[in-house]
Ligand binder design. Sequence first.
Ligand SMILES: Cc1cc2nc3c(=O)[nH]c(=O)nc-3n(C[C@H](O)[C@H](O)[C@H](O)COP(=O)(O)O)c2cc1C
Length: 424
Amino acid sequence: MYYLLRHRDVPGIESLDVYAHHQGYSGLRRALSMDRADLLEEVSRSGLRGRGGAGFPTGRKWSFLDQSQPERYLVVNADEAEPGTFKDRELVENNPHQVIEGTLIAAYALNAAEAFIFVRGELLAGYESLLRARDEARIAGYVGSHIFGSDCSVTLKIFRGAGAYICGEETALLEAVEGKRGHPRINPPFPAQVGLYGKPTVVNNAETVANLPIILTQGAEWYRSHGTTASPGIKIFSVSGRIARPDNYELPLATPLDTLLYEYAGGPLDGRSIKAVIPGGSSVPLLVPKSFSVPLDYESLAEAGTMLGSGGVIVLDDQVCIVRAAARLLKFYRTESCGKCTPCREGTYWMSAILDRIEDGKGSMEDLARLPDIADNVSGICLCPLGDASLPFMLSAMKHFREEFVQHIEERQCPLDHSVAHSL
Ligand SMILES: Cc1cc2nc3c(=O)[nH]c(=O)nc-3n(C[C@H](O)[C@H](O)[C@H](O)COP(=O)(O)O)c2cc1C
């Protein structure tokens, strides 16, 4: 049974009639019948953690919002440009009312009269699906003034981005909504104090808010009965790459990685073996097979030296050249770096150029030594986390597969047959 990917059980749930017929908006009804403090308490008790990457507890984040000012905003982040991550896309395209219901629950909890859903530019179908759902909900009185006759009024705007990875970063996203170039802001002040149009703002991921109707209808205790004490609840894992059944899988947190890979996603392609997995989108360190029994929760993955991140599980098999994969990813970060700060702009450029050179068989051992040195000059000093996000995969690939890098240099070519080899 699905709770987030409900369209897989209930065809037509993208329309209000079908959604409402299947308990849709009953979570919002319950939320509106509660005091805001009780609602905050229930969401905190559920243990829900942000699904945008950092896993910050949602209730705690809400409690930081400066309530002393007359206006505040909620912005829901459906930018989803992290390579290997396609869960929000499925949600907004196929189950838009659940994202909208969650947005309204959060807006009520935060006492925000205006909410935005920011959709990545390329997700046109999702954007249109949200627009249709929002308009249906508005006509039915679920969005707008005095929802269900309560004192809660929320205006909901669906904002289409222009397809830049950096706009997923919350402060760049706020700049983009304000109509400016999507560059990150220097913080502090954080959005909870100075956010959209200078007002206190909460930014939450689309999957995060889609969990709220579940928590409100099933209850915080039910939600907590899945996963672990520190990582409760359910999560969508996007599985992609060299795997038999790439797809989104909705599972309790702490499901072992090998269960996801072999039981749900069907294991490696015929005749192949999995050599590494990036478990949380492209910005986290890879895992090698001896760690594949790790439970997919925030703490266990940290202990294994990586992160849950966005839950984008990217599979690399024995036909994937690890150098080519690192070069491909660094090219992504180099292209997506907004260029505002020097370490990110220059660092991603140089690392990308060196990795391309090594992959082309023109690299040297000095090049190999230079990569961690450049990474050192990027790490922890960029304006936003994008520069840091470019490092973990490359560094972990160099640690676990150093011999592949050396082989490229010594043999002056990629050792894999390029007619069958894959980058990612
Ligand atoms: C470069 C970059 C890209 C990001 N992209 C996304 C994104 O596409 N979606 C998202 O929800 N969060 C993204 N984030 C994280 C957001 O800044 C923010 O932490 C998140 O939206 C908060 O929501 P949550 O607390 O519900 O997880 C990104 C962060 C960085 C540094």
